[in-house]
Design a binder for this molecule. Structure first.
Ligand SMILES: *Cc1c(COP(=O)(O)O)cnc(C)c1O
Length: 365
């Protein structure tokens, strides 16, 4: 049996460091908005090459609060990719704005800049490109488009910690970037967590207030904020994991190369693509097959666990029924939902396991 993912928590070295992190927080007696969060925010901002990082409760809140901090609200349109995790669209809806979907580039599966340019209207306020599966979005033309129309660009980098675009890491490419630290993400906590990075000090200040009841001074509330904070324990765990992240991203890239070699030439199979300006972090290893369901069943029978990211396109989800989209509106997103398959993938998975998966794929084909 080859599982889809392994959190790596059985590693004794990692366990000892996590135990020490827990002991440090327990000894301090300080659980919320304290020194661990401050240290993690500084370390993660440095990792991303961003001026500021603001820890929040989860990735969805990172997106929602960043849009709120930028003044996006009712009546506004937010350009989003047609193919993404629902949270990208939910964030736009949560602030009362309308998600305005644009099809993705068929190779990188990230927001197509030409499509985004064509989708700008008088109501457009923001663009939320998603660096899906660990491949960065094509940011330069999107930032140029935003500059031309005065739009806010929030990168959804929940799947692309450590990915680089023209040599620069996600987190420092847009006006603001939202990250998730859900346990299975490329940088994962041991529970929920998220963060927004930005170079804009005023935006960072608004985010610090919004995550903490809209308050920057105790019992004084300037805006109607929420309670969405990255707690001390998760921040301490994340510091341990962040110190290992570069090594783990290297392992992800090596494993992607192993899969690439083992699957080269497999019939009817499209392997992940890396644009020449991108160095993906391989959050997931996603292949495409026109006979995806049969392939997944064959792999299951061979003891190989796979997942589908994502089986229902956002425009056909009940949550977005009020937007009035129908089947056929975003053909590429619909096709991807039928064809994508995520193979077992985690840092430390060995080449022999990848070879077993590849063999099972060739036999199931
Ligand atoms: C995981 C994810 C989110 C949401 O993050 P949570 O921490 O689970 O709320 C948002 N966008 C994308 C693309 C994601 O993969």
């Amino acid at each position: 049996m080859i599982r889809f993912y392994d959190l790596g928590l059985s590693d004794p070295g990692l366990r000892a460091e996590l135990d020490a992190a827990w002991a440090r927080v327990a000894d301090s007696g300080w659980m919320i908005l304290g020194p661990e969060l401050e240290a993690f925010e500084a370390e993660f901002a440095a990792f991303c090459g961003a001026g500021h990082a603001v820890g929040v409760g989860n990735g969805l809140d990172a997106l929602v609060l960043a849009l709120r901090a930028a003044g996006v609200g009712p009546g506004d349109e937010v350009i989003v990719p047609s193919h993404t995790f629902a949270a990208t669209w939910l964030a736009a809806a949560a602030v009362g704005a309308r998600p305005a979907p644009v099809e993705v580039d068929p190779k990188t599966y990230t927001l197509d800049p030409a499509g985004a340019a064509a989708a700008v209207t008088a109501r457009t306020k923001a663009i939320v490109p998603v660096s899906l599966y660990g491949h960065p979005a094509d940011m330069d033309p999107l930032m140029a488009l935003a500059a031309k129309h005065g739009l806010f660009v929030l990168e959804d980098a929940a799947q692309s910690h450590g990915a680089t675009y023209r040599g620069r890491r996600t987190g420092g490419l847009a006006h603001a970037t939202a990250f998730s630290f859900y346990p299975t993400k490329t940088l994962g906590a041991l529970g929920d967590g998220g963060c927004v990075t930005t170079d804009d000090p005023a935006l960072a200040e608004r985010l610090r207030s919004l995550r903490n009841y809209g308050s920057s001074e105790k019992y004084r509330h300037e805006v109607a904020g929420v309670n969405s904070r990255l707690d001390e324990l998760q921040a301490a765990f994340l510091r341990v994991r962040l110190a290992r992240l570069d090594v783990q991203i290297g392992q992800r890239r090596a494993l992607a190369a192993d899969y690439g070699r083992a699957l080269a030439g497999a019939p009817d199979l499209t392997l992940p693509y890396a644009a020449k300006w991108a160095d993906p972090a391989y959050h997931l290893y996603v292949v495409r097959s026109p006979r995806r369901d049969a392939l997944q069943a064959g792999l299951k029978a061979a003891g190989v666990e796979t997942l589908i990211h994502y089986p229902i396109p956002c425009h056909l989800q009940g949550a977005f029924a009020d937007l009035g989209f129908r089947k056929g509106d975003f053909p590429l997103a619909e096709r991807l939902a039928e064809e994508v398959l995520s193979l077992p993938f985690w840092p430390g998975m060995d080449e022999a396991d990848a070879a077993v998966v590849a063999k099972a794929i060739r036999e199931a084909a």
